[in-house]
Structure formats: structure tokens, C-alpha cells
Design a binder for this molecule. Structure first.
Ligand code: GLY
Length: 372
């Protein structure tokens, strides 16, 4: 198998495909050549992905007669900074990447975000192709055009919407992903089932283990189904004025947990999302919106897969403090006019946006979780 399936993001003259399959890096020239104005690209990657996948990609490009300049960034979240953006833009200009040339982002969310942002600004906008190599990037970050960097004020506060010309998701790259990162990415897959497709969640309950252990058909199906759901949402609300916010199910809690632990590797984003999914169900249950049986199913599935099914085990030295977490939520990007925004659920697969959540309910959920 090479191509398993593809999804079209219908964004008018910026429409593009997300292609999912196994062995796509080794045949990348076939997918990328038709998009190029001239047979020349820059490939931006990081030092980990360079070692694992860069040669496969550049060899395929060379077979197609496409010249590639590789730019290798240090691996890690710290790379999403002004300093590295400046260096990256300089290198792209040194390589004489022109406005109609294409930049390939080969890597996880960090590489995709900073490369996408560099492409958005280079010569006022240069085409980018996302080639995601982590589960998180394949099901979420690489699709939908959000790009950016972090600053001392917070994550992703500087950025641009810049849709790629193509997303090429090769599930073979997931074989080399550390198990912890794979699990963290899986939390975002679960999120799609919970927010909009109860049947997909049921499928995950039955087949989630196969996705983790490496079954190619199960992995490809999970990535393609997630991509399809993300595509539908982005198509309906590209700039997040409505439905796109549903993708933040679990994220208000998750960001507070991550902020408190300081992004030092003790808690990966996806692990925080798993906790956040449970807490979003608990909050919905507390408000009488969803039944306890649904919340219990979510906990059970996450625990079976090996993800946090409540507050994360990694905790600050003094333990989790609900009031401190609430304070982080008040700083969240999604706060509007001082009101907290949460994505709540009426059932598994039925999420909606709520801007009327009282802080006492949020504290109640966190206090109950700590007491459990
Ligand atoms: N990762 C959330 C979004 O793309 O909107």
C-alpha cells in the first residue's frame, strides 16, 4: 500500500489535499512535483527527524529531478522562537528561495509551526507543504493552516494563518516515534471521536490498541478519519469564529495544567489533553449535560490506552492547586471579555462551545478530582 486515502480541504483557490498512506516519503516526488513552479524546494526539518527521514525524502525528490536545500533546526519546543525564526528566514533567503518556490516542513508540530510561519512571511507569502512525522501533527497541527511561534508571553501568540498546498502524512514515520509521543498524539485522535463522531469513538474503543501497536490499516484509518473531521471543521470555519473552537475540547484544562508544569517535558501536550478531555466531561456532567456512563467510558478508554484518565500523575511539588489552575485559565487565549470559554458535551460525539461557565463549577470539578 502507498496511498490509503485522501481528504480535500475545500477552501476555494486555496483548496488542498491531505494524503494519508504508508511509504509516501519514498514516493514524495509524485505528490509534490505537480505543485512546483520550478523543480526546486527547501526542506526544513529538525535534528531528530533529519537522522530518521530526511534522506528518504531527498532521494525521492532527486529521483523526480527536484533539487532540495535542507535546513536543520534544533529539536525541541524552544525552537519555536523569534531567534530561530530569524535564522530560518535568513537561511531561506541565503538559499535564494523565491516567492513561487515551495518550502517543505518535515517533522512534528514545532517544525510545522515555525516553518509555516516562515513561509507565511518570506517574500510576503511562499507556498508550504506539510510533511508531518508525528501522530499529533498528522491528525491536527499540520492541517488547517495555523502557524506560529512562542514568546515569553505564551505559546503560539505570534503567528499567521497560512494554508499548506498539500499535507503528506506517511504513517511509516510513526514506527520510529517514541511510545510516549505516540500516546500523546492519540489523545487528539480520541478528541475527534468525543467532539463529533460517537461511532469513531466506539471504533477506537475496539481498535485503539492496534493504532498504538502499529497495525498499518488501523493507524491509517485513525489518521484519515481524524484528518477528515479536522478538514470538515476548518472548511466551515477557517479563522475560528465558531465551529473550529470545538477542536479545543479539553484544551482549556490542558493548557492550565501545562502552564503550571512549565513545558519542561514532565507533561506532554497530548497527555494534558487526555486529562482535559476527562475534566471537560466531568464539568459537563456536573452541569447536568452528560450522563455519568459517558464520562466513565472516556476514563476507561484513556486508562486502557495508557493515557492520564484524570489529573496527570506528574504534578507540581506542592500538588495541583485548583485555584492556581483557574488563574491560568483566566489568562487563556480564548478568554473573551473576562469570561471563560469551555467546550462541553451533551454526549460522546456531541460537543458545543459554552461561554457561560461559572468559576465555582470549574473549581468544583477540580476539587472533586483531587479528592477522588
Ligand atoms: N489545533 C487546533 C486548530 O487547528 O484549530
Amino acid at each position: 500500500m502507498s496511498v490509503f486515502g485522501s481528504v480535500r480541504l475545500g477552501l476555494g483557490d486555496r483548496a488542498y489535499d491531505v494524503v494519508v498512506g504508508r511509504g509516501l516519503l519514498a514516493e514524495a516526488e509524485r505528490h509534490i512535483a505537480p505543485l512546483l513552479a520550478r523543480p526546486r524546494v527547501a526542506v526544513v526539518t529538525d535534528s531528530n527527524v533529519e537522522r530518521l527521514h530526511l534522506e528518504t525524502l531527498t532521494q525521492a525528490l532527486a529521483r523526480g529531478g527536484i533539487a532540495a536545500t535542507a535546513i536543520v533546526l534544533p529539536a525541541g519546543e524552544e525552537t519555536k522562537s523569534f531567534a530561530h525564526l530569524e535564522k530560518l528566514l535568513d537561511k531561506l533567503l541565503d538559499a535564494r528561495i523565491e516567492r513561487t518556490d515551495t518550502i517543505l516542513a518535515l517533522g512534528g508540530g514545532v517544525v510545522g509551526d515555525i516553518t509555516g510561519f516562515a513561509a507565511a512571511t518570506l517574500r510576503r507569502g511562499t507556498p508550504v507543504v506539510q510533511v508531518p512525522t508525528t501522530l499529533l501533527a498528522q491528525v491536527d497541527a499540520a492541517i488547517g493552516g495555523k502557524t506560529g511561534i512562542d514568546t515569553r508571553h505564551g505559546k503560539n501568540l505570534i503567528g499567521a494563518f497560512h494554508q499548506p498546498r498539500l499535507v503528506l502524512s506517511d504513517v511509516a514515520t510513526l514506527d520510529t516515534l517514541p511510545r510516549r509521543e505516540l500516546l500523546a498524539g492519540y489523545a487528539e485522535v480520541v478528541k475527534y471521536g468525543l467532539l463529533g463522531d460517537g461511532r469513531f469513538f466506539e471504533w477506537l474503543e475496539q481498535n485503539g490498541r492496534l493504532v498504538i501497536t502499529g497495525d498499518v490499516a488501523a493507524r491509517s484509518y485513525a489518521v484519515l478519519t481524524s484528518a477528515r473531521m479536522k478538514a470538515e471543521i476548518v472548511q466551515s470555519d477557517e479563522r475560528e469564529s465558531g465551529a473550529r473552537a470545538l477542536l479545543n475540547l479539553g484544551h482549556t484544562f490542558a493548557h492550565a495544567l501545562e502552564t503550571e508544569l512549565g513545558y519542561d517535558g514532565r507533561l506532554l501536550h497530548g497527555e494534558a489533553v487526555a486529562s482535559g478531555l476527562v475534566l471537560a466531561f466531568e464539568l459537563s456532567q456536573r452541569l447536568g449535560l452528560v450522563g455519568a456512563a459517558d464520562t466513565a467510558r472516556v476514563r476507561r478508554h484513556l486508562a486502557q490506552i495508557g493515557l492520564p484518565a484524570g489529573l496527570p500523575a506528574a504534578a507540581p511539588a506542592k500538588g495541583w492547586d485548583p485555584r492556581v489552575l483557574l488563574d491560568h485559565m483566566r489568562q487563556d487565549k480564548k478568554v473573551k471579555g473576562g469570561t471563560l470559554t469551555f467546550i462541553l458535551v451533551k454526549a460522546i460525539g456531541k460537543a458545543f462551545v459554552s461561554r457561560e461557565i461559572g468559576e465555582s463549577d470549574v473549581l468544583g470539578v477540580l476539587d472533586a478530582e483531587l479528592a477522588a
